[in-house]
Design a protein around this ligand. Structure first.
Ligand SMILES: NC(=O)c1ccc[n+]([C@@H]2O[C@H](COP(=O)([O-])OP(=O)(O)OC[C@H]3O[C@@H](n4cnc5c(N)ncnc54)[C@H](OP(=O)(O)O)[C@@H]3O)[C@@H](O)[C@H]2O)c1
Length: 348
């Protein structure tokens, strides 16, 4: 069997190692073998590296957001062909699907086709952020998008996004405003512009005392909100208090990207916990998430093609190759990168 280069981790918290003996996977009928060109870095990389959680076998290859070129398409692929460009967030923790190596497998239902209106670098800012936001708002809170190319009627209601300057939060804002809602995002004051550019109509300071944040939510929304998404994993108490004491809506929704902490919310609030990490795994809940992701990919592809969903600002990490990815992850962990990190893995 052919071998290839890439980055492996021997076990939880073991160092990243550049190797040349990874087995090159073979695509099934509805799969393709893709050459990694750019990767987008996410908090999931340090999470998997340090805890070993989500990883299905060792030594492990990891990675999440990616853009690349199809080298070989399985016999039953209809959407993607050899030589085409794709981008996506892979099923994380499964080595043969992971992009920190020369080539990796994709299932064609889980990938976006790259069109002319999006570059290979910015394309790898989309997958994890958009699919996570989609699960939170469409699957978790019943938000409905207009057909691609059309505009939803403006609603007199707000969606509140905690962490509205982050990757997931900015896609929550894009989706909620596409659905016709006004968006109120929490962020650090220095990141107001990022949140506003993503579609927020207003922001508030996520580091102010909780009473001040509640007062701002009340002042800005007048209580006209039923939905809060916590994309910060730091805003559970604030979200519950806002829904219980400020919201005037009869039915209340709270979605969170925190799928690992113990948490409860009052019975009056519908809780949804996003579990994108279940993509591509076996089991009832996992297969449900996998079907939802495939449905969302097809819906979002149309909105990306019309320019109604946009990629994020990004920081292109210096250099190219596996060492550049390792350095990029270290810089992200050290908090040195304020925008979504993107790294060139290989030339075509
Ligand atoms: N469950 C899932 O399936 C799933 C999927 C994808 C991601 N995630 C998780 O989602 C989280 C967000 O991911 P991301 O890529 O969007 O990260 P990111 O780009 O780093 O964004 C983090 C956001 O959290 C805010 N924040 C950080 N500390 C805060 C605090 N103390 N109080 C209030 N807000 C705070 C940041 O606001 P400022 O910088 O403006 O202060 C920023 O808006 C990560 O924890 C990630 O692991 C989960």
């Amino acid at each position: 069997m052919a071998t290839q280069t890439g980055i492996t981790i021997a076990g939880p918290n073991e160092p990243y190692t550049v190797v040349n003996n990874i087995l090159r996977p073979t695509p099934g009928p509805k799969q393709a073998l893709v050459k990694t060109l750019y990767v987008g870095l996410n908090p999931s990389e340090p999470f998997m590296h340090h805890t070993g959680m989500l990883i299905t076998s060792w030594p492990a290859v990891i990675g999440s957001d990616v853009s690349g070129v199809v080298l070989e398409a399985g016999a039953d692929c209809e959407k993607i062909q050899k030589g085409g460009y794709i981008f996506t967030c892979v099923p994380v923790g499964i080595s043969e699907f992971s992009p920190f190596q020369e080539t990796f497998l994709v299932n064609e239902d889980w990938v976006f086709k790259k069109g002319e209106n999006i570059g290979l670098e910015e394309a790898c800012t989309v997958g994890a952020g958009l699919l996570t936001a989609g699960l939170a708002l469409l699957e978790g809170q019943g938000l409905e998008l207009p057909a691609a190319g059309s505009k939803a009627p403006q609603k007199d209601s707000w969606v509140i996004v905690m962490g509205g300057s982050g990757s997931v939060g900015r896609y929550c804002a894009q989706l909620a405003s596409l659905a016709g809602h006004k968006v109120l995002s929490s962020c650090s004051p220095s990141k107001n512009e990022l949140a506003l550019r993503a579609g927020a109509s207003a922001t508030f300071n996520n580091r102010a005392p909780i009473e001040e944040q509640l007062a701002e939510i009340e002042r800005i929304t007048g209580g006209k909100f039923a939905r809060i998404v916590d994309a910060s994993v730091a805003s559970l108490d604030l979200s519950v208090r806002a829904l219980e004491t400020v919201s005037k809506e009869p039915v209340k929704y709270f979605a969170t990207v925190d799928d690992w902490s113990d948490m409860t919310v009052p019975d009056s609030i519908n809780l949804y916990r996003v579990k994108l990490g279940m993509l591509g795994r076996s089991g009832d809940e996992q297969e449900h998430i996998t079907r939802k992701v495939a449905e969302m990919v097809s819906v979002f592809q149309a909105h990306i093609n019309t320019g109604q969903l946009l990629p994020l600002d990004y920081h292109l990490v210096n250099g190219e190759g596996w060492e550049a990815i390792i350095a990029g992850v270290a810089d992200m962990e050290a908090g040195k990168l304020s925008k979504k990190p993107v790294v060139k893995a290989q030339s075509e």
